[in-house]
Design a protein around this ligand. Structure first.
Ligand code: MCA
Ligand code: AMP
Length: 505
């Protein structure tokens, strides 16, 4: 039976002295060296009595070792559960409990804060730091650099990625080996990746974009990555001439364009720039081409589906669109009320079906049934339309979601928190345009009768409870929220009223 994920992404590189990771310290880790590291971690994991199917929750900084832990989980048949490094202990407690993780891996700095949550949920706790040190690495160092991959089938779960929801509770998207492999292999073809490619990798590796889209594509094609801990403009400009491709969220592109050192000459050896996770403004697309001569290739995906559509490699990459459905992905536009397919050109909800689509939400059958139809179509909640040439335009969202610098923020989660603060009757979180992050959350508070909410105290509590990127950039007190005749809060009016709060001057 083998282990398709391990075999097709990692095992194929056994014994190769070719570079895989170019690290910030100037060192390169070869494919063989990386596999040795992964095998040691796999031995360490099984030494902790983990068995195929167990969940491994990982909140660590980006490093070669962190990536090797992903490979090790694939090799040992464990379900990899990566977590945003910005999440607070309170948020992590939920993920550990909900997933029933057997092992939590975190930075030493967070060990004390997580110890109780791990213990309460019967999970072991190990550490892995950005410099590669930590208790798990120490275990791994004492292990052999060889590990017989656990038998797994394509239908077995490979990863559990939590994605927030409109109800405020995060849901674990169950992704199988087949989900990940089919998408990686499709994207290699669609974007013409080869073993000569060098990807400039500055994305985090705890989300689909940096982990599956970027890393799996490079693994499947045999190329290498310049593996940066995070997006740093100076590093990007310095290293771009050594790369052939880059994947980024729109903020990467606007930040590059804001610097005069970013020139046509600097990008002359680049083959391809890819953007996704949030809408790329048509204006950014045009400016980018004017400056560099390259047309950014925009694609569209979700945690639940990996990538669904892409602009063409050959042919017109059309600004303001996300291109065509990928091979084997079916996409239809449906009426939000009836679910019926709409005629081409009409705006409706985007639904997708294909080998990329997840298996449902971990232990949440009702939520799964609400979004994943019995015929296999997944209701994305994004609003779109086909244009006359078949390009897909995303024109909005049917779901209440804010995307800040590529990170999703679900207003409901923050509203629930604000509503329970002293002196607050009710609240609304809206997304307003932001020059750097695309959108940013702003909170509107309505005081309880006769009370004055203490904004400073509320801010402190919000900061303690949720990740930095979700913090409302401003809290505004209003006497009441605008409502329609049905009593529903009219967020569109609030968005319009506050749309210029962070406008560029
Ligand atoms: C960091 N901060 C943020 C964000 N990132 N605040 C709001 N939105 C953000 N995205 C916080 C920092 O913690 C910091 O807090 C402060 O804001 C300013 O940080 P700054 O230095 O400006 O930010 P940065 O560290 O440079 O990060 C910005 C970034 C980063 C480079 C845009 O957020 C990023 O790499 N985003 C990519 C996210 C991504 O990979 N998304 C894919 C999801 P303080 O002031 O306290 O220090 S997967 C997905 O969506 C689907 C599948 C898809 O289609 O890809
Ligand atoms: P996530 O849940 O983090 O996977 O985010 C997925 C969401 O990001 C999608 O449902 C879209 O709303 C949005 N998204 C991803 N790529 C694009 C894109 N190219 N244009 C517009 N929105 C996008």
């Amino acid at each position: 039976m083998g282990n398709p994920l391990y075999d097709r992404l990692f095992g194929i590189h056994a014994g190769k002295d070719t570079p895989f990771l170019h690290l910030p310290d100037g060192q390169a880790l070869t494919h063989a060296g990386f596999l040795d590291m992964a095998a040691r971690f796999a031995n360490a994991l099984t030494g902790l009595d983990l068995e195929p199917g167990d969940r491994v929750a990982v909140q660590v900084e980006k490093s070669a070792e962190a990536l090797a832990l992903y490979a090790a989980c694939a090799q040992a048949g464990l379900i990899f559960l990566p977590l945003n490094t910005g999440y607070t202990a309170q948020e992590l407690n939920y993920f550990i409990e909900n997933s029933g993780a057997s092992l939590v891996v975190c930075d030493t700095a967070h060990e004390t804060g997580l110890a109780e949550a791990a213990q309460r949920n019967g999970a072991r706790l190990e550490t892995l730091n950005s410099d590669g040190s930590g208790s798990l690495s120490r275990r791994a160092l004492g292990m052999l650099p060889a590990f017989e991959p656990a038998h797994r089938s394509e239908d077995d779960l490979a990863a559990l990625l939590y994605t927030s929801g409109t109800t405020g509770r995060s849901k674990g998207a169950m992704l199988t080996q087949a989900n990940l492999l089919s998408n990686a292999e499709t994207l290699v073809q669609a974007w013409r990746f080869t073993n000569r490619d060098v990807l400039l990798h500055a994305l985090p590796i705890f989300h689909t974009h940096g982990l599956f889209v970027a890393t799996n594509v490079v693994l499947a094609s045999g190329g290498s990555m310049i593996f940066l801990p995070k997006f740093d403009l100076d590093d990007m400009l310095r290293l771009m001439p050594q790369a052939t491709t880059m994947m980024g969220v729109p903020t990467f592109y606007t930040r590059l364009l804001s610097d005069n050192r970013f020139t046509r000459e600097l990008t002359q050896d680049m083959r391809l720039f890819i953007s996704g996770s949030a809408p790329l403004l048509a204006d950014t697309h045009v400016q980018f081409e004017d400056r560099t001569g390259h047309r950014i290739l925009e694609r569209y995906g979700m945690t639940e589906t990996n990538m669904n559509t892409s602009n063409p490699y050959d042919g017109e990459r059309r600004a303001g669109t996300v291109g065509f459905p990928l091979p084997d992905v079916e996409l239809k536009i449906t009426d939000p009320e009836t679910g019926e397919t709409l005629p081409d050109g009409d705006i409706g909800i985007i639904e997708v079906r294909g080998p990329n689509v997840f298996q449902g939400y971990w232990q949440m059958p009702e939520k799964t049934a609400a979004e994943l139809r019995e015929d296999g179509f997944f209701v994305t909640g994004d609003l779109g339309r086909f244009d006359e040439d078949g390009y897909i335009h995303i024109v909005g969202r049917g779901k209440d979601l804010i995307i800040s610098g590529g990170y999703n923020i679900y207003p409901k989660e923050i509203e629930l928190l604000l509503d329970e603060q002293p002196g607050v009757l009710e609240s609304a979180i809206i997304g307003v345009p932001h020059p750097d992050f695309g959108e940013t959350p702003v909170g509107i508070l309505v005081p309880a009768p006769g009370e004055t909410p203490d904004i400073d105290a509320i801010t402190v509590r919000v900061h303690h409870a949720i990740a930095r990127f979700k913090h409302p950039r401003q809290l505004i007190v209003l006497d009441e929220l605008p409502r329609n005749t049905m009593g529903k809060v009219q967020k569109n009016i609030l968005r319009e009223n506050y749309k210029d709060l962070f406008a560029k001057t």
